[in-house]
Design a protein around this ligand. Structure first.
Ligand SMILES: [Zn+2]
Ligand SMILES: [Zn+2]
Length: 344
């Protein structure tokens, strides 16, 4: 089978690999019919996240179950399924608290040996451990492209809002309008946010956020802080989502939140950043950070997608073949695409 493999920073290649086989009783093998290229794949592409040369990458997938071990009860051979981007054991202390994203035996698809040595989803077939927890049936009538978002990007946008404890009637601001930020805009609207301010410096992304019901604020061509304060009677918003993926904007997030508000950081922070702790303390802010608990949210997210309350379809800007993966990564790296879906 063909698989997209990391070779060296800036270099990926299609390689022929053996088809995966069941190893444990709760494993499944899935024929991948659509996979996504994600912002976190770019960290691998640039060598910022170490992955062994020849390792298959990718962690977002929809497909059909080709084989299932005897202990798999919740899906069956022939089912159309979507996957979560990582695997959890269901039995460790973290999983028993439903903190699946902090599973002590957690493994992430397509991230090399340091994140569990699980081959990736940008391939014709995929071995999926813990099939009962990792996979869900795709609801009747839902497209592959929409289902693809449930186990990662929309699950993460949803987490940013749910983790902030947003209530209907709250106001929100979202910093960074990549796919996750745009999904957070939708999740905030679905949670009953009265107004969502969407902040970025890319015009197309601001336009997309506006289409999703947000008030767009250009990062540099306007003064987001002043405009947001003016719109909220000087108070700031109840919930600020930082979806940039860099520690820099956290300071801005702190400044946009109201007194006793919540800052929900969902972008991946690597390294150190400056946070005005004095201001955060004075305001009595709650900071909520970390990787999204997508396994805990995936059923609710699927329900909202099915009901049309969330709709990531407009985020898919490019559809390409697995064989075009090198071209697709270069395109995505140039920020020419919002979401690229690969099909075999
Ligand atoms: Zn992803
Ligand atoms: Zn666990």
């Amino acid at each position: 089978m063909r698989a997209v493999t990391f070779q060296a920073p800036g270099e990926i290649r299609i390689e022929e690999k053996p088809e995966p086989e069941l190893l444990a009783g709760d494993d499944c093998v899935v024929r991948v019919e659509a996979s996504g290229i994600c912002g976190s794949d770019l960290h691998i592409y640039h060598g910022r996240v170490p992955v062994e040369p020849g390792f298959t990458i990718g962690h977002e997938f929809v497909g059909t179950v080709l084989a299932a071990g005897d202990d798999v009860e919740r899906v069956a051979v022939g089912d159309r399924v979507l996957g979560c981007f990582h695997v959890a054991c269901a039995t460790c202390a973290a999983c028993l608290r439903s903190d699946y994203h902090r599973c002590e035996r957690g493994r992430t698809f397509g991230h090399g040996s340091h994140l569990g040595d699980l081959q990736g989803a940008q391939a014709e077939q995929l071995l999926v451990p813990r099939g009962n927890l990792t996979l869900r049936r795709v609801p009747e009538g839902m497209s592959d492209e929409v289902a693809l978002f449930a186990g990662d990007v929309m699950g993460t946008g949803y987490h940013a809002i749910a983790h902030a404890g947003m209530r209907a009637g709250d106001s929100a601001a979202v910093l960074g309008l990549g796919p996750v930020g745009l999904c957070a805009v939708q999740a905030a609207r679905a949670a009953g946010a009265t107004e969502v301010f969407a902040i970025d410096s890319v015009a197309e992304r601001l336009a997309m956020a506006e289409r999703f019901g947000a008030t767009p604020l250009h990062l540099t061509e306007s003064d987001p802080k002043r405009e947001l304060r003016a719109a909220t009677g000087g108070r700031g918003v109840d919930v600020v989502v930082d979806a940039v993926g860099d520690p820099g904007p956290l300071a801005m997030a702190v400044s946009l939140a109201r007194d006793a508000g919540v800052v929900s950081g969902i972008g991946a922070y690597a390294g150190r950043g400056e946070v005005p702790l004095g201001l955060a303390w004075l305001k009595g802010l709650t900071l909520r950070l970390g990787l999204a608990n997508v396994i805990a949210h995936v059923d609710r997210v699927l329900g909202l997608l099915e009901a049309g309350k969330l709709d990531p379809a407009p985020l898919v800007t490019h559809r390409m073949k697995l064989d075009q993966a090198a071209e697709a990564y270069a395109l995505y790296d140039n920020r020419e695409a919002l979401k690229i879906v690969l099909t075999p």
